[in-house]
Design a protein around this ligand. Structure first.
Ligand code: NAP
Ligand code: GCO
Length: 268
């Protein structure tokens, strides 16, 4: 590979924080950033998950720095980032990956549950970004990747809180861009399609009918893998995307491009 291309994707000397990076999409993102040379930190709510993930990262020769903190807590985020800055250095790359979903009809969802999803999926990315951006502004350099969703642009039944949060996160990504791009900080989103992780397991496994919908509606004809998202994150974390701002990069096998097939009559 030409040396110029290698340098374009070289993250040596960078510190990357992937929130909720102990498995699933976050781990795939973390692995790609670390393999490109970044010093990787991941956080989670659970020390047990953090301890478990170290062995998984080690299988790829990656030594991951781990911290327990709740991304919805300004105090815990401030304390966690301060510790990262002390142990690894300033955060150059932030992947706001931590997220939850609750699949409940609107009328059946307690407001407290709706607020919890909004807190984790929309407010927390703001909390963490606000803590790391001042240093990025001083250094006139930074990368922020917000994990959005197809539900940033489409609704579906039973995921109202998640869609409201991810829709807001798309616009927050664009607003962050408007205020921070002048400091050479690239803020973008990734909108994964249907990816095979623990989050989608309930609608993918054991013959769930939703699996048929995804397989029929996705032109690529498969569920995405976390690595499909990790590959896109490497691009957005690298110098290759230095003029990409406020963009939601959908990694979805073409599902958003597809109005829909009538199963078995795809040639008509
Ligand atoms: P996942 O398997 O549910 O993992 C989410 C991670 O976030 C977990 O490690 C979880 O920790 C952590 N987390 C949740 N709340 C947290 C908090 N308050 N503080 C710190 N960490 C917290 O999800 P995923 O499927 O990998 O998805 C990752 C991201 O991509 C999410 O933002 C999701 O909305 C988004 N996304 C996923 C898909 C998909 O099809 N899978 C598609 C589009 C977008 P614990 O496990 O300890 O709770
Ligand atoms: C669901 C799924 C989706 C995916 C993803 C799609 O219940 O519809 O969990 O929300 O997680 O967000 O982009």
């Amino acid at each position: 590979m030409h040396i110029e291309i290698e340098k374009l994707y070289d993250l040596t000397g960078k510190v990357a924080l992937v929130t909720g990076g102990t498995h699933g999409i976050g781990m795939a993102i973390g692995k790609m950033l670390a393999k490109a040379g970044a010093k990787l930190c991941v956080n989670d709510l659970s020390q047990e998950r953090l301890d478990q993930c170290k062995a998984e990262y080690a299988k790829d020769g990656i030594e991951v720095y781990t911290l327990v903190f709740d991304v919805t807590s300004e105090e815990q985020v401030d304390k966690g980032i301060t510790q990262i800055e002390s142990e690894l250095g300033p955060v150059h790359i932030l992947a706001n990956n931590a997220g939850i979903i609750k699949r409940v009809p609107i009328l059946d969802m307690p407001i407290a549950d709706f607020k919890q999803v909004i807190e984790v999926d929309l407010v927390a990315p703001l909390i963490v970004a606000k803590r790391v951006v001042p240093g990025m502004i001083v250094r006139r350099s930074g990368k922020i990747i917000n994990l959005c969703s197809m539900m940033s642009v489409y609704g579906r039944q039973n995921v109202s809180a998640y869609a409201a949060a991810k829709g807001g996160l798309k616009l927050l990504t664009e607003n962050m861009t408007c205020e921070w791009a002048k400091y050479n900080i690239q803020v973008n989103g990734i909108g994964p399609g249907y990816i095979a992780t623990s989050q989608t397991a309930p609608i993918r496994e054991n013959g769930h009918p939703f699996n048929d919908l995804v397989m029929t509606r996705t032109p690529a004809g498969r569920w995405g893998e976390p690595e499909d998202v990790g590959n896109a994150a490497l691009f957005l974390a690298s110098n290759a995307s230095n003029f990409v701002n406020g963009h939601i990069l959908f990694v979805d096998g073409g599902i958003l491009a597809n109005f829909g097939y009538v199963k078995g009559e795809n040639d008509l």
